[in-house]
Design a protein around this ligand. Structure first.
Ligand code: PLP
Length: 394
Protein backbone atom coordinates (compact mmCIF):
# COMPACT_ATOMS: atom_id res chain seq x y z
CA UNK A 1 0.00 0.00 0.00
CA UNK A 2 1.20 3.52 -0.66
CA UNK A 3 1.76 5.83 2.30
CA UNK A 4 -1.38 7.89 2.91
CA UNK A 5 -1.14 11.68 3.28
CA UNK A 6 -1.82 13.15 6.75
CA UNK A 7 -4.86 15.07 5.63
CA UNK A 8 -6.70 11.83 4.99
CA UNK A 9 -6.73 10.64 8.61
CA UNK A 10 -7.33 14.21 9.81
CA UNK A 11 -10.37 14.49 7.53
CA UNK A 12 -11.76 11.18 8.81
CA UNK A 13 -11.14 12.19 12.45
CA UNK A 14 -12.90 15.47 11.83
CA UNK A 15 -15.95 13.73 10.39
CA UNK A 16 -16.02 11.31 13.30
CA UNK A 17 -15.65 14.10 15.89
CA UNK A 18 -18.57 15.99 14.31
CA UNK A 19 -20.83 12.89 14.31
CA UNK A 20 -20.82 12.99 10.53
CA UNK A 21 -19.05 9.74 9.76
CA UNK A 22 -21.36 7.44 7.81
CA UNK A 23 -21.47 3.80 8.82
CA UNK A 24 -21.62 0.97 6.29
CA UNK A 25 -24.53 -1.37 6.83
CA UNK A 26 -25.56 -4.50 5.06
CA UNK A 27 -29.29 -4.43 4.45
CA UNK A 28 -31.64 -6.93 2.86
CA UNK A 29 -34.93 -5.46 1.61
CA UNK A 30 -38.03 -7.52 2.35
CA UNK A 31 -41.64 -7.07 1.27
CA UNK A 32 -44.19 -5.27 3.44
CA UNK A 33 -42.01 -2.22 4.20
CA UNK A 34 -39.56 -4.42 6.13
CA UNK A 35 -35.85 -5.11 5.91
CA UNK A 36 -33.31 -7.38 7.58
CA UNK A 37 -30.06 -6.20 9.18
CA UNK A 38 -27.73 -8.54 11.10
CA UNK A 39 -30.44 -11.23 11.01
CA UNK A 40 -32.95 -8.89 12.68
CA UNK A 41 -36.19 -7.96 10.92
CA UNK A 42 -36.93 -4.24 11.10
CA UNK A 43 -39.66 -1.94 9.90
CA UNK A 44 -37.99 -0.05 7.08
CA UNK A 45 -38.76 3.68 7.17
CA UNK A 46 -35.54 4.56 5.33
CA UNK A 47 -35.69 3.26 1.79
CA UNK A 48 -37.51 4.87 -1.13
CA UNK A 49 -39.37 1.68 -1.94
CA UNK A 50 -42.61 3.66 -1.76
CA UNK A 51 -44.91 1.18 -3.47
CA UNK A 52 -43.29 -1.95 -2.02
CA UNK A 53 -42.30 -3.10 -5.52
CA UNK A 54 -38.55 -3.71 -5.08
CA UNK A 55 -39.18 -7.33 -3.99
CA UNK A 56 -42.55 -7.83 -5.56
CA UNK A 57 -42.71 -11.43 -6.86
CA UNK A 58 -44.11 -10.33 -10.25
CA UNK A 59 -41.41 -7.71 -10.71
CA UNK A 60 -38.71 -10.21 -9.73
CA UNK A 61 -39.93 -12.91 -12.11
CA UNK A 62 -40.09 -10.40 -14.98
CA UNK A 63 -36.46 -9.52 -14.23
CA UNK A 64 -35.47 -13.19 -13.92
CA UNK A 65 -36.98 -13.98 -17.28
CA UNK A 66 -35.07 -11.10 -18.88
CA UNK A 67 -31.80 -12.29 -17.35
CA UNK A 68 -32.05 -15.13 -19.89
CA UNK A 69 -31.26 -12.43 -22.47
CA UNK A 70 -28.01 -11.65 -20.63
CA UNK A 71 -27.31 -9.44 -17.63
CA UNK A 72 -24.95 -6.83 -19.01
CA UNK A 73 -26.18 -4.66 -21.88
CA UNK A 74 -22.72 -4.79 -23.47
CA UNK A 75 -22.45 -1.19 -24.65
CA UNK A 76 -24.08 2.22 -24.54
CA UNK A 77 -27.57 2.52 -26.03
CA UNK A 78 -26.17 4.26 -29.12
CA UNK A 79 -23.95 1.30 -29.91
CA UNK A 80 -25.53 -2.08 -29.11
CA UNK A 81 -27.07 -1.53 -25.65
CA UNK A 82 -30.60 -0.68 -26.80
CA UNK A 83 -32.11 -4.15 -26.25
CA UNK A 84 -35.73 -5.05 -27.01
CA UNK A 85 -36.50 -4.62 -23.27
CA UNK A 86 -34.86 -1.19 -23.36
CA UNK A 87 -36.92 -0.09 -26.35
CA UNK A 88 -40.11 -1.43 -24.77
CA UNK A 89 -39.36 0.43 -21.53
CA UNK A 90 -38.91 3.71 -23.45
CA UNK A 91 -42.37 3.22 -24.96
CA UNK A 92 -43.94 2.07 -21.69
CA UNK A 93 -42.58 5.12 -19.89
CA UNK A 94 -43.78 7.56 -22.56
CA UNK A 95 -47.22 5.98 -22.34
CA UNK A 96 -47.24 6.03 -18.54
CA UNK A 97 -46.13 9.67 -18.50
CA UNK A 98 -48.51 10.68 -21.30
CA UNK A 99 -45.64 12.30 -23.21
CA UNK A 100 -44.73 11.69 -26.88
CA UNK A 101 -41.34 10.22 -25.94
CA UNK A 102 -38.99 9.19 -23.15
CA UNK A 103 -35.24 8.61 -22.87
CA UNK A 104 -33.48 6.25 -20.46
CA UNK A 105 -30.34 6.90 -18.41
CA UNK A 106 -28.21 4.59 -16.23
CA UNK A 107 -29.57 6.31 -13.06
CA UNK A 108 -31.69 9.29 -12.09
CA UNK A 109 -28.47 11.04 -11.05
CA UNK A 110 -27.08 10.49 -14.55
CA UNK A 111 -30.32 11.80 -16.09
CA UNK A 112 -29.87 15.19 -14.42
CA UNK A 113 -26.11 15.22 -14.89
CA UNK A 114 -26.52 14.58 -18.62
CA UNK A 115 -29.61 16.67 -19.32
CA UNK A 116 -28.78 20.05 -17.76
CA UNK A 117 -25.42 20.46 -19.57
CA UNK A 118 -27.09 19.43 -22.85
CA UNK A 119 -29.56 22.30 -22.47
CA UNK A 120 -27.44 25.20 -21.21
CA UNK A 121 -23.81 26.21 -21.45
CA UNK A 122 -21.56 29.24 -21.06
CA UNK A 123 -23.49 32.56 -21.30
CA UNK A 124 -26.79 30.80 -20.55
CA UNK A 125 -28.43 30.93 -17.12
CA UNK A 126 -29.85 28.14 -15.01
CA UNK A 127 -32.20 28.96 -12.12
CA UNK A 128 -32.03 26.35 -9.39
CA UNK A 129 -34.01 25.94 -6.14
CA UNK A 130 -31.79 26.13 -3.07
CA UNK A 131 -32.95 22.67 -1.91
CA UNK A 132 -32.50 20.82 -5.21
CA UNK A 133 -31.02 17.33 -5.24
CA UNK A 134 -27.24 16.96 -5.58
CA UNK A 135 -27.64 15.60 -9.11
CA UNK A 136 -29.32 18.82 -10.28
CA UNK A 137 -26.74 20.93 -8.47
CA UNK A 138 -23.91 18.99 -10.10
CA UNK A 139 -25.66 19.10 -13.49
CA UNK A 140 -25.83 22.90 -13.19
CA UNK A 141 -22.14 23.11 -12.23
CA UNK A 142 -21.08 20.83 -15.05
CA UNK A 143 -23.00 22.93 -17.59
CA UNK A 144 -20.80 25.99 -16.94
CA UNK A 145 -23.91 28.16 -17.23
CA UNK A 146 -24.40 31.01 -14.75
CA UNK A 147 -26.23 29.56 -11.77
CA UNK A 148 -28.88 31.59 -10.00
CA UNK A 149 -29.98 29.88 -6.78
CA UNK A 150 -33.47 30.93 -5.66
CA UNK A 151 -35.66 30.41 -2.60
CA UNK A 152 -39.04 28.99 -3.54
CA UNK A 153 -40.85 31.16 -1.02
CA UNK A 154 -39.37 34.29 -2.65
CA UNK A 155 -40.41 33.87 -6.26
CA UNK A 156 -40.44 37.66 -6.82
CA UNK A 157 -36.66 37.44 -6.68
CA UNK A 158 -36.69 34.66 -9.25
CA UNK A 159 -38.94 36.81 -11.46
CA UNK A 160 -36.48 39.71 -11.20
CA UNK A 161 -33.51 37.44 -11.90
CA UNK A 162 -35.21 35.96 -14.96
CA UNK A 163 -36.05 39.45 -16.24
CA UNK A 164 -32.48 40.65 -15.84
CA UNK A 165 -30.78 37.58 -17.35
CA UNK A 166 -29.56 38.01 -20.93
CA UNK A 167 -32.63 37.50 -23.13
CA UNK A 168 -30.64 36.40 -26.18
CA UNK A 169 -29.30 33.39 -24.26
CA UNK A 170 -31.05 30.27 -23.00
CA UNK A 171 -32.79 30.18 -19.63
CA UNK A 172 -33.60 26.98 -17.74
CA UNK A 173 -35.44 26.61 -14.42
CA UNK A 174 -34.70 23.34 -12.57
CA UNK A 175 -36.55 22.08 -9.52
CA UNK A 176 -37.30 18.93 -7.57
CA UNK A 177 -41.05 18.17 -7.69
CA UNK A 178 -40.90 16.85 -4.12
CA UNK A 179 -37.85 17.96 -2.16
CA UNK A 180 -35.92 14.91 -0.92
CA UNK A 181 -35.00 16.24 2.49
CA UNK A 182 -38.03 18.47 3.16
CA UNK A 183 -40.82 16.32 1.69
CA UNK A 184 -42.32 19.61 0.45
CA UNK A 185 -43.79 20.16 -3.03
CA UNK A 186 -42.36 22.75 -5.45
CA UNK A 187 -44.68 25.69 -6.32
CA UNK A 188 -45.09 24.37 -9.86
CA UNK A 189 -48.04 26.54 -10.94
CA UNK A 190 -46.03 29.68 -10.14
CA UNK A 191 -42.89 28.31 -11.75
CA UNK A 192 -44.88 27.57 -14.93
CA UNK A 193 -46.14 31.17 -14.96
CA UNK A 194 -42.58 32.45 -14.67
CA UNK A 195 -41.27 30.05 -17.30
CA UNK A 196 -44.02 31.17 -19.70
CA UNK A 197 -43.54 34.87 -18.97
CA UNK A 198 -39.77 34.71 -19.52
CA UNK A 199 -39.69 32.00 -22.19
CA UNK A 200 -37.55 29.76 -20.05
CA UNK A 201 -37.36 25.96 -20.18
CA UNK A 202 -38.66 24.19 -17.06
CA UNK A 203 -37.29 20.87 -15.80
CA UNK A 204 -38.99 19.07 -12.90
CA UNK A 205 -37.25 16.18 -11.14
CA UNK A 206 -40.02 13.77 -10.15
CA UNK A 207 -37.76 11.26 -8.34
CA UNK A 208 -39.92 11.15 -5.18
CA UNK A 209 -43.22 11.69 -6.97
CA UNK A 210 -43.33 9.26 -9.91
CA UNK A 211 -45.82 6.50 -9.08
CA UNK A 212 -46.74 8.33 -5.89
CA UNK A 213 -48.51 11.63 -6.65
CA UNK A 214 -51.19 12.54 -9.19
CA UNK A 215 -54.35 10.75 -10.32
CA UNK A 216 -52.47 8.14 -12.33
CA UNK A 217 -49.14 8.45 -10.55
CA UNK A 218 -47.30 10.66 -13.01
CA UNK A 219 -46.00 12.78 -10.19
CA UNK A 220 -46.12 16.32 -8.88
CA UNK A 221 -46.76 17.91 -12.31
CA UNK A 222 -49.94 15.87 -12.56
CA UNK A 223 -50.78 16.63 -8.91
CA UNK A 224 -50.55 20.37 -9.73
CA UNK A 225 -52.30 19.96 -13.11
CA UNK A 226 -49.36 21.45 -15.05
CA UNK A 227 -48.13 18.42 -17.00
CA UNK A 228 -48.40 20.16 -20.37
CA UNK A 229 -46.62 23.29 -19.22
CA UNK A 230 -43.38 21.66 -18.11
CA UNK A 231 -40.63 21.08 -20.68
CA UNK A 232 -38.94 18.06 -19.07
CA UNK A 233 -39.98 15.58 -16.41
CA UNK A 234 -36.99 13.69 -15.05
CA UNK A 235 -37.65 10.51 -13.11
CA UNK A 236 -35.95 7.55 -11.52
CA UNK A 237 -36.77 3.87 -11.84
CA UNK A 238 -35.15 3.26 -8.45
CA UNK A 239 -37.69 4.63 -5.98
CA UNK A 240 -41.41 3.86 -6.33
CA UNK A 241 -40.70 1.80 -9.47
CA UNK A 242 -38.42 -0.50 -7.49
CA UNK A 243 -35.79 -1.17 -10.19
CA UNK A 244 -32.85 1.02 -11.15
CA UNK A 245 -32.23 3.59 -13.86
CA UNK A 246 -33.41 7.08 -14.74
CA UNK A 247 -35.42 8.76 -17.49
CA UNK A 248 -36.53 12.00 -19.08
CA UNK A 249 -40.07 12.35 -20.51
CA UNK A 250 -40.62 15.12 -23.08
CA UNK A 251 -41.59 15.87 -26.68
CA UNK A 252 -40.18 13.87 -29.61
CA UNK A 253 -37.76 16.62 -30.63
CA UNK A 254 -36.43 17.20 -27.12
CA UNK A 255 -35.84 13.47 -26.70
CA UNK A 256 -34.16 13.25 -30.11
CA UNK A 257 -31.92 16.13 -29.08
CA UNK A 258 -31.00 14.58 -25.71
CA UNK A 259 -30.40 11.17 -27.34
CA UNK A 260 -27.73 12.91 -29.41
CA UNK A 261 -26.26 15.20 -26.75
CA UNK A 262 -26.73 13.92 -23.17
CA UNK A 263 -23.31 12.53 -22.42
CA UNK A 264 -24.25 10.36 -19.43
CA UNK A 265 -26.30 8.09 -21.68
CA UNK A 266 -24.02 8.33 -24.71
CA UNK A 267 -20.88 7.31 -22.81
CA UNK A 268 -22.29 4.86 -20.29
CA UNK A 269 -23.48 1.28 -20.71
CA UNK A 270 -27.23 0.89 -21.21
CA UNK A 271 -29.52 -0.39 -18.49
CA UNK A 272 -29.56 -4.17 -18.35
CA UNK A 273 -32.53 -5.98 -19.93
CA UNK A 274 -33.40 -7.27 -16.43
CA UNK A 275 -33.62 -3.75 -14.92
CA UNK A 276 -35.79 -2.70 -17.87
CA UNK A 277 -38.09 -5.72 -17.56
CA UNK A 278 -38.50 -5.12 -13.81
CA UNK A 279 -39.45 -1.49 -14.47
CA UNK A 280 -41.94 -2.45 -17.20
CA UNK A 281 -43.70 -4.88 -14.85
CA UNK A 282 -43.64 -2.35 -11.98
CA UNK A 283 -45.22 0.30 -14.23
CA UNK A 284 -47.92 -2.20 -15.20
CA UNK A 285 -48.65 -2.83 -11.51
CA UNK A 286 -48.71 0.88 -10.72
CA UNK A 287 -51.42 1.34 -13.35
CA UNK A 288 -53.33 -1.85 -12.48
CA UNK A 289 -53.21 -1.40 -8.69
CA UNK A 290 -53.92 2.24 -7.85
CA UNK A 291 -54.60 1.11 -4.25
CA UNK A 292 -50.89 1.10 -3.60
CA UNK A 293 -50.79 4.86 -4.15
CA UNK A 294 -53.94 5.44 -2.08
CA UNK A 295 -52.64 3.36 0.84
CA UNK A 296 -49.33 5.24 0.77
CA UNK A 297 -51.11 8.57 0.90
CA UNK A 298 -53.27 7.32 3.82
CA UNK A 299 -50.16 6.26 5.74
CA UNK A 300 -48.74 9.76 5.36
CA UNK A 301 -51.90 11.33 6.76
CA UNK A 302 -52.02 8.77 9.59
CA UNK A 303 -48.39 9.24 10.59
CA UNK A 304 -48.65 13.02 10.63
CA UNK A 305 -51.79 12.90 12.70
CA UNK A 306 -50.28 10.44 15.23
CA UNK A 307 -47.15 12.58 15.57
CA UNK A 308 -49.26 15.70 16.12
CA UNK A 309 -51.43 14.08 18.77
CA UNK A 310 -48.32 12.82 20.58
CA UNK A 311 -47.01 16.39 20.63
CA UNK A 312 -43.96 15.73 18.47
CA UNK A 313 -42.57 19.05 17.25
CA UNK A 314 -40.44 19.84 14.21
CA UNK A 315 -42.47 17.76 11.72
CA UNK A 316 -42.31 19.42 8.30
CA UNK A 317 -45.50 19.84 6.24
CA UNK A 318 -45.87 17.96 2.99
CA UNK A 319 -48.11 15.78 0.86
CA UNK A 320 -45.67 13.10 -0.25
CA UNK A 321 -44.26 9.95 1.33
CA UNK A 322 -41.40 11.74 3.10
CA UNK A 323 -41.97 12.93 6.67
CA UNK A 324 -38.97 14.79 8.13
CA UNK A 325 -38.66 15.73 11.80
CA UNK A 326 -36.13 18.49 12.47
CA UNK A 327 -33.94 17.74 15.51
CA UNK A 328 -31.22 20.32 14.72
CA UNK A 329 -28.05 18.65 16.03
CA UNK A 330 -26.45 15.62 14.33
CA UNK A 331 -25.79 14.08 17.74
CA UNK A 332 -29.45 14.20 18.81
CA UNK A 333 -30.48 12.82 15.47
CA UNK A 334 -28.09 9.90 15.68
CA UNK A 335 -29.08 9.04 19.21
CA UNK A 336 -32.80 9.06 18.35
CA UNK A 337 -32.18 6.96 15.23
CA UNK A 338 -30.18 4.48 17.34
CA UNK A 339 -32.96 4.17 19.92
CA UNK A 340 -35.46 3.56 17.13
CA UNK A 341 -33.16 0.95 15.65
CA UNK A 342 -33.06 -0.91 18.95
CA UNK A 343 -36.88 -0.80 19.00
CA UNK A 344 -36.98 -2.34 15.50
CA UNK A 345 -37.45 0.75 13.30
CA UNK A 346 -34.99 1.78 10.61
CA UNK A 347 -35.19 5.57 10.22
CA UNK A 348 -32.55 7.70 8.53
CA UNK A 349 -30.63 10.35 10.48
CA UNK A 350 -29.90 13.04 7.89
CA UNK A 351 -27.00 15.27 8.77
CA UNK A 352 -24.91 18.01 7.14
CA UNK A 353 -23.62 18.31 4.48
CA UNK A 354 -26.75 16.60 3.11
CA UNK A 355 -28.81 19.31 4.86
CA UNK A 356 -27.74 22.76 6.15
CA UNK A 357 -25.95 22.92 9.53
CA UNK A 358 -28.38 23.15 12.46
CA UNK A 359 -31.15 21.32 10.58
CA UNK A 360 -30.19 17.68 11.10
CA UNK A 361 -33.32 15.61 10.92
CA UNK A 362 -34.96 12.23 11.08
CA UNK A 363 -36.34 11.40 7.68
CA UNK A 364 -39.19 8.93 7.62
CA UNK A 365 -39.95 7.33 4.23
CA UNK A 366 -43.26 5.54 4.03
CA UNK A 367 -44.23 2.56 1.92
CA UNK A 368 -47.59 1.22 0.82
CA UNK A 369 -46.37 -2.02 2.44
CA UNK A 370 -46.65 -0.45 5.91
CA UNK A 371 -49.83 -1.14 7.85
CA UNK A 372 -51.74 1.43 9.86
CA UNK A 373 -50.45 -0.29 12.99
CA UNK A 374 -46.81 -0.04 11.77
CA UNK A 375 -47.23 3.70 11.42
CA UNK A 376 -48.91 4.10 14.82
CA UNK A 377 -46.13 2.12 16.51
CA UNK A 378 -43.47 4.22 14.79
CA UNK A 379 -45.08 7.46 15.98
CA UNK A 380 -45.11 6.20 19.58
CA UNK A 381 -41.52 5.04 19.40
CA UNK A 382 -40.46 8.42 18.00
CA UNK A 383 -42.28 10.31 20.77
CA UNK A 384 -40.52 8.19 23.41
CA UNK A 385 -37.09 8.39 21.80
CA UNK A 386 -37.04 12.18 21.43
CA UNK A 387 -35.17 14.32 23.94
CA UNK A 388 -37.61 15.87 26.45
CA UNK A 389 -37.66 19.30 24.79
CA UNK A 390 -38.82 17.98 21.40
CA UNK A 391 -42.05 16.32 22.51
CA UNK A 392 -44.65 17.85 24.79
CA UNK A 393 -44.82 15.92 28.03
CA UNK A 394 -47.57 16.21 30.58
C1 PLP B 1 -32.79 9.83 -5.73
C2 PLP B 1 -32.85 11.07 -6.52
C3 PLP B 1 -32.18 11.17 -7.74
C4 PLP B 1 -31.25 10.10 -8.22
O1 PLP B 1 -31.92 8.99 -8.67
P1 PLP B 1 -31.09 7.60 -8.77
O2 PLP B 1 -31.85 6.83 -9.77
O3 PLP B 1 -31.12 7.01 -7.42
O4 PLP B 1 -29.72 7.96 -9.23
C5 PLP B 1 -32.32 12.33 -8.47
N1 PLP B 1 -33.09 13.34 -8.03
C6 PLP B 1 -33.74 13.29 -6.86
C7 PLP B 1 -34.59 14.44 -6.43
C8 PLP B 1 -33.63 12.15 -6.06
O5 PLP B 1 -34.25 12.10 -4.89
Amino acid sequence: MRVEPNWLSEALCHLDGSHLLREKREVELLVGGRCRIDSRNLLDFSSNNYLDLARDPGVLSAAAEAVEAGLGAGASPLVTGRSPHYRLLEETLAEFEGTPAALLFPTGFAANLGTVPALVGRDDTVFSDRDNHASLIDGCRLSRARIHVYERNQLDDLDTALASSPQQHRRLIVTDGVFSMEGELAPLADLCELADAHEAMLLVDEAHATGVLGDTGRGSCQWHGVEDRVTFRVGTLSKAIGSSGGFVAASVNWIEYLWNTARTQIFSTALSPASCAAAIEALRLIVAEPDRRQVLSQRGIQLRSHLTSLGVEGVLDGAGPIVPIILHEPETCLSVARKLFVDGFLVAAIRPPTVPAGTARLRISLSSGHTEDDVARLAEAVAIALPASSALRD
